[in-house]
Design a protein around this ligand. Sequence first.
Ligand SMILES: [Zn+2]
Length: 188
Amino acid sequence: MKKNLKPNCFAIALFFLTPIGCTYNKSSSTDLMVNNQQIATEINPQTARTDCDTLVITCIDYRFALANQEFMNNTLGLKDNYDHISIPGSIYNLVNPETRELLFSKFALSVKLHLINRVVIISHKDCGGYGGSASFGSEIAENETLCADLRNARALLIEKYPTLEVNLFLESLVKEGDELKVHFEKIP
Ligand SMILES: [Zn+2]
């Protein structure tokens, strides 16, 4: 944490459900206090503006963190143009009535501050927020539940913000040779 303030601080900050990203692009640099030392991080001047188009909602799971960033930045071409809410269980918190309002309140902040018009929700298999793959009983049951929750989350968001575009993705760890790779599947 002392030295590595790069992508990891992103996820850690988001653990506290704070929409970040473009909010802090108002100046050319951002000063952070870490262990009583002030550290300045450079912000790309080209993105020093106060709005962005897209909000991304993901789980905090470290196994997917880097792949999520690469997916947003490169595959979807959203580099420097998205807010990011990272929360254990991803949209489980939106479909669960007990935590729905909390997530909606943070979501509303992103809408209000940045006038976002698109939400990308990424859910993943073997999610601790659901108790892991084992809690579903079978791969098919897990797939069906996660897809149903993604679609339910989309419906809830569109009910509240009818003009939003909401894109759904389900990711999983897949063994390729000796390596584990993250696969993204678009859910219609
Ligand atoms: Zn998870």
